[in-house]
Design a protein around this ligand. Structure first.
Ligand code: PEP
Ligand code: MN
Length: 264
């Protein structure tokens, strides 16, 4: 299989508009859950950039559990993301939820995110495999590692080798945390596949207090990077406020990551 280490023994380094993922230095993708307004996004982007991340994240298309929740700014959100990239030099990663939105997202973003809820949307996987942009593939809510690697296979089989995996927690019987962050997946994926893997402790725990310890643990486990939610004012966030870091907490996490990376 294309994603397997048997097929490709050497670990892959994925180049996203000049930023290398999987070369030994953990990359950081940070930003709000959703693009809410120009002001909110630009403020978040400055905070994210100042503390040393490489990527700005933020959803323009939001896959919400309830149809009555904020659904995202859609194309206007993509335009704000592209503007934020011009202002800061950060790369942009954002989710694509439908086949129809792929061209637009590929036009404005450096990397397309396939979210947990779409990990087995095979039509979407095939189309992002043809879009020519690197893809961040999140693990499904209840996906085994084998199912997740097969989802990567769908993308790669269409001619796109630039896939980065993202562990974001899986559903278990535990309810204290939003999901159960499976850090053992980092070691498993490193053994089974040559693809880089990053970890999202924000969705993985649902609790901002747990983001720092799980981010450190992910780096110690060998993750190639982190995705974290940061909001200028989490209490006012339109989505995922309880798991979003304040600017101060985010700076603290980043300072720790930089120290930790020196030992890896
Ligand atoms: C996200 O990263 O914005 C997101 C919706 O995450 P997930 O697909 O992991 O739930
Ligand atoms: Mn979110």
């Amino acid at each position: 299989k294309l994603a397997s280490r048997e097929f490709h023994p050497q670990s892959s380094v994925i180049d996203v508009a000049g930023v290398k993922i999987g070369d030994g230095t953990p990359v950081v993708m940070a930003g709000p859950c959703a693009v809410e307004s120009k002001e909110q996004l630009f403020e978040a982007a400055e905070i994210v950039k100042a503390a040393g991340a490489q990527f700005l994240r933020g959803g323009a298309y939001k896959p919400r559990t309830s149809p009555y929740s904020f659904q995202g700014l859609e194309e206007q959100g993509l335009k704000y993301l592209a503007e934020a990239r011009e202002r800061t030099g950060l790369r942009v990663v954002t989710e694509v939820t439908t086949v129809e939105a792929i061209d637009g997202v590929a036009e404005y973003a450096d990397m397309l995110q396939v979210g947990a809820r779409n990990m087995q949307n095979f039509g979407l996987l095939k189309e992002v495999g043809r879009c020519g942009k690197p893809v961040l593939l999140k693990r499904g809510l209840a996906a085994t590692i084998d199912e997740w690697l097969n989802a990567a296979e769908y993308i790669m089989n269409e001619g796109n080798p630039n896939v980065v995996l993202c562990e974001r927690g899986i559903r278990t019987y535990e309810t204290y945390t939003r999901n159960t962050l499976d850090l053992s997946a980092v070691a498993a994926v490193k053994h089974l596949s040559h693809l880089p893997i990053i970890v999202d402790p924000s969705h993985g725990t649902g609790k901002w207090r747990m983001v720092k310890p799980m981010a450190f643990a992910a780096v110690a486990a060998g993750a190639d990077g982190l995705m974290m939610e940061v909001h200028p004012n989490p209490a006012k966030a339109l989505s995922d406020g309880p798991q979003s870091l304040t600017p101060e907490n985010y700076q603290e996490v980043m300072a720790g990551i930089q120290k930790l990376s020196q030992f890896m």
